[in-house]
Design a protein around this ligand. Structure first.
Ligand SMILES: [Zn+2]
Length: 413
């Protein structure tokens, strides 16, 4: 059996290390403190006796658990990120453990009256009777994605202790800077040497994902003309009004707050304006590649149309692709999803297969030649003070890793 207390202890040992990433840094890792996690993980992998343990100059940690069978089995990988989100502080995390959760409010912080309540976060009720790990209300928890790291480490340790479980080569990868969108950027896919991999970075038990958004960012620059308001008649052009027209001409119901499932959107993330110039920042998201292209086209056409009406180049638009839907890369090798699904079913876990309304490291890795679906790591309410994870979920994710390793070896016999 996989020991729950051991998993809790391991998880706590990771989350109490501050490893927040920083979008304002161009370095990799983006923060020096991420080295603390990277070095700890490297050391632990060495102590466990894994092979090819390495840490590169960008803090990517890799290792191999060699095959224990005679026949040839493709190498498979498991990947997690050790940075935590800069959206909320990850300094001095003090995990609180609630055993045998009774389904009621959990007081995270008496002094500041911070309460984690199932009235608001109904997912809590999925974990009645289980051991919940929460914050003390003043930090995030870092289950995203130190739960994933805990599970991978625990699975490796379990496989080492149970040589009767047959498996092929298992590759381990821990990355910095996922939360700032750069976790995969410097990932050496060739060195990693896996035929396919899984990121352990999903949320509730059963989640299995191989579809994500196609994503782009758009910068819309609107030019105006500043003249003294007292003598502006016929001369002043207020860029803010033109920007407003642009905003209002996009479909009003195609925004994050009005969409779900496979519906895409335009999301205005920022406005900076004065009379002379206004800058709009958008993100564009859609699972469907054609719809995605059409959205980008719509924005460009709109800019053209407004410019035409005004008889001048008032609007300049720049659109940059950010990442793509990994489905395109995973569908041709669908057995990698099937194996994960089968592993869950054998463990009596109901697979929840749904498109991600976001991106993962796995989507970038898939386009770098390493098909990489995402599996649940167990946490909820990421990137904030209400983040929590059930220890039982981490046990289950650990079992899923072990089972995938076992099933892969069987399939290729
Ligand atoms: Zn994550």
């Amino acid at each position: 059996m996989i020991n729950k207390q051991e998993i809790i202890d391991r998880f706590v040992s990771y989350v109490t290390i501050d490893s927040e990433s920083d979008p304002n840094s161009n370095a990799t890792p983006s923060t020096e403190k991420q080295w603390d996690m990277a070095k700890k993980l490297e050391q632990e992998l060495r102590e466990m006796g894994l092979e090819e343990v390495s840490i590169d100059k960008h803090a990517y940690v890799m290792a191999t658990l060699p095959s224990n069978v005679e026949h040839k089995v493709p190498a498979i990988g498991f990947i997690s990120h050790f940075d935590t989100s800069p959206d909320f502080t990850g300094k001095d995390i003090k995990p609180q453990i609630t055993e045998n959760y009774d389904g009621k409010d959990i007081v995270l912080n008496q002094e500041q009256n911070i309460i984690l309540s199932p009235d608001y976060f109904e997912d809590l009720l999925l974990y009645k009777g289980q051991t919940l790990i929460t914050t003390d209300g003043t930090t995030l928890l870092g289950a995203d994605d130190k739960a994933g790291i805990t599970e991978i480490m625990s699975a490796v340790k379990y496989l080492l202790a149970h040589p009767e479980i047959k498996h092929g080569p298992i590759k381990i990868g821990f990355t910095p800077d996922e939360e700032i969108g750069r976790g995969a950027h410097k990932f050496d896919v060739e060195k990693f040497g896996a035929e396919w991999a899984y990121t352990m970075d999903g949320s509730r038990v059963g989640e299995l994902e191989y579809e994500n958004f196609n994503a782009a960012g758009a910068t819309v620059k609107v030019k105006g003309k500043i003249v003294h308001p007292g003598s502006a008649k016929g001369k002043m052009v207020n860029s803010q009004y033109i920007a407003q027209e642009f905003i209002n001409s996009l479909p009003k119901l195609e925004t994050p707050e009005h969409t779900d499932g496979r519906q895409g959107f335009f999301h205005l993330t920022q406005i900076n304006g004065k009379v002379e110039e206004t800058k709009l920042q958008y993100i564009i998201r859609d699972h469907d590649k054609e719809h995605f292209e059409a959205r980008k086209e719509m924005m460009r056409d709109l800019a053209k149309e407004i410019n035409k009406q005004r008889g001048e180049e008032a609007i300049e638009i720049e659109i940059k692709d950010q990442y793509f839907n990994m489905r395109e890369k995973v569908e041709p090798v669908m057995h990698i999803v099937d194996i994960a699904e089968e592993a869950m079913k054998e463990l009596n876990i109901k697979p929840i297969i749904k498109p991600i309304r976001g991106g993962t490291d796995g989507s970038q890795l898939s386009f770098m030649g390493l098909p990489c679906p995402n599996i649940f790591a167990g946490g909820h309410n990421f990137h904030g003070r209400y983040e929590f994870v059930a220890a039982e979920s981490m046990v289950k994710a650990t079992q899923v890793i072990v089972k995938i390793a076992e099933l892969t070896a069987k399939k290729y016999k």
